[in-house]
Design a protein around this ligand. Sequence first.
Ligand SMILES: Nc1ncnc2c1ncn2[C@@H]1O[C@H](COP(=O)(O)OP(=O)(O)OP(=O)(O)O)[C@@H](O)[C@H]1O
Length: 256
Amino acid sequence: MLELKHIKKSFDGVPVLKNINLEIEDGEIVSILGPSGCGKTTLLNIILGLTEADAGELIFQEKDILHVPMEERGFNIVFQDYALFPNLNVKQNITYGLRNNKNLATVEEVNGLINLLGLKEHLDKKIEQLSGGQKQRVALARTMVMKPKILLLDEPLSALDGVIKESIKDKIKEIAREYHLTTIIVTHDPEEALTLSDKVLIMNQGNIAQFGRPEDIINAPEEDFVKKFILRQLEIKRNNIMMLFSESEAKRFQVV
Ligand SMILES: Nc1ncnc2c1ncn2[C@@H]1O[C@H](COP(=O)(O)OP(=O)(O)OP(=O)(O)O)[C@@H](O)[C@H]1O
């Protein structure tokens, strides 16, 4: 279990995370959701070890790791822009982290990941020859060969659209289930968070507005902010789609 207790962070005297308390079970997919500037990335970076919290505890496997350096935590992140090496091919990108550390993923495990992520036919390609979805899968494979104890994803779907988005969502779920891997995802998109995660952490101005299963958030929003920000956005999306349907219905009848 990963437990955050009374995590606080300010930048230049301005509080960004006010008092974050949270428990994430092993193997759970959790999305951190909220509007721009509410503190999502700061929280992710504190868990990763990239940003230092001002106060609190971060308990992982019963030890407080808040002051343990990032490299020793064994958590890995896929950044929003994938941060792949353009001068290396797909295979070299995937195995890059193994060159000085042979006792991470074995050859069989690397091949298993390549198959799971459907990358076999792309191994010799350059990064510039890949689509956005393929780049995201390479970035996931590259991170997974490091056998992370926790997988962190920063806006993993924001550069993707439509069918590709859905297939990457499925891959993330498959990885989390197959490896029983705790996966924490930052997103600003309610639909993405609610359809991808076991639990959603909704943040508002450095505070937790609600933490719960998608169905609880939809059926029992705990704060006005949750209703306004999250549910309203979903409603607008649904209404837009309904409108499209009724317009196309109307056109159909005109033609007839
Ligand atoms: N290194 C920093 N120095 C000063 N202020 C910072 C720093 N990092 C973040 N902030 C501020 O902290 C607040 C929260 O930033 P954060 O990046 O965590 O928000 P976010 O919810 O991830 O936003 P977005 O969705 O736009 O990425 C913002 O007001 C931001 O300007």
